[in-house]
Design a protein around this ligand. Structure first.
Ligand code: IDP
Ligand code: MG
Length: 136
C-alpha cells in the first residue's frame, strides 16, 4: 500500500528576493519530492490573512501577513511518500537558529519571520492549503 501524499510549499519573499528558488527546488528534488504544480505570484494582504487565519490571535499575525504579501512568492504542490512530514523535516525548525544542519531554514533562513519557506503541517491542512492556491 502506498502512502503518496501531496503538501503545499511556499518559497517566501525573502528567498525569492535572493534568487534562491532554483537552489531550494533542487533540495526538494534531491529528497525525491516531485513538483507537481508551481506558480509565482504576489498575494494581497487580505489573502495572506485568510491563509494564516489559524494564527490570527498571535502577536505576530499582522507582521506575518504583511510580510507574506510584500513580494513575489513561489507556491508549489510537492508529492512523495510521507510528503507532509518529510517536507517539515527538510524545512527545519521555524526559527532558523534552531534548525538542524542540512535543512532549508538552516541554510537560507534569516530570522524567525524571514525563514524562507512555508510547509503544510498536516495532511488535512495540506488539502486546505493546496485548494487555497490551486483550486480552479
Ligand atoms: P511554521 O512556518 O514552521 O509552520 P508557524 O508556527 O506555523 O511556523 O508560524 C507561521 C509563520 O509565522 C512562521 O513560519 C514564521 O514566519 C512566523 N512566526 C512564527 N512564530 C513567530 C514569532 O514568534 N515571531 C515572529 N514570527 C513568527
Ligand atoms: Mg505552520
Amino acid at each position: 500500500m502506498s502512502n503518496i501524499e501531496q503538501t503545499l510549499s511556499i518559497i517566501k519573499p525573502d528567498a525569492v528576493e535572493r534568487n534562491l528558488e532554483n537552489e531550494i527546488k533542487e533540495m526538494f528534488k534531491n529528497k525525491n519530492f516531485k513538483i507537481v504544480k508551481e506558480k509565482k505570484i504576489q498575494i494581497e494582504k487580505s489573502e495572506a490573512e485568510n491563509f494564516y487565519k489559524v494564527h490570527e490571535t498571535k502577536p505576530f499575525y499582522n507582521d506575518l501577513c504583511s510580510y507574506l504579501s510584500s513580494g513575489p512568492i513561489l507556491v508549489m504542490i510537492l508529492e512523495k511518500e510521507n510528503a507532509v512530514l518529510d517536507n517539515r523535516e527538510l524545512m527545519g525548525a521555524t526559527n532558523p537558529k534552531d534548525a538542524n544542519d542540512g535543512t532549508i531554514r538552516k541554510k537560507y533562513g534569516i530570522s524567525i519571520d524571514k525563514n524562507s519557506v512555508h510547509g503544510s503541517d498536516s495532511i488535512e491542512n495540506a488539502k486546505i492549503e493546496i485548494d487555497f492556491f490551486f483550486k480552479d
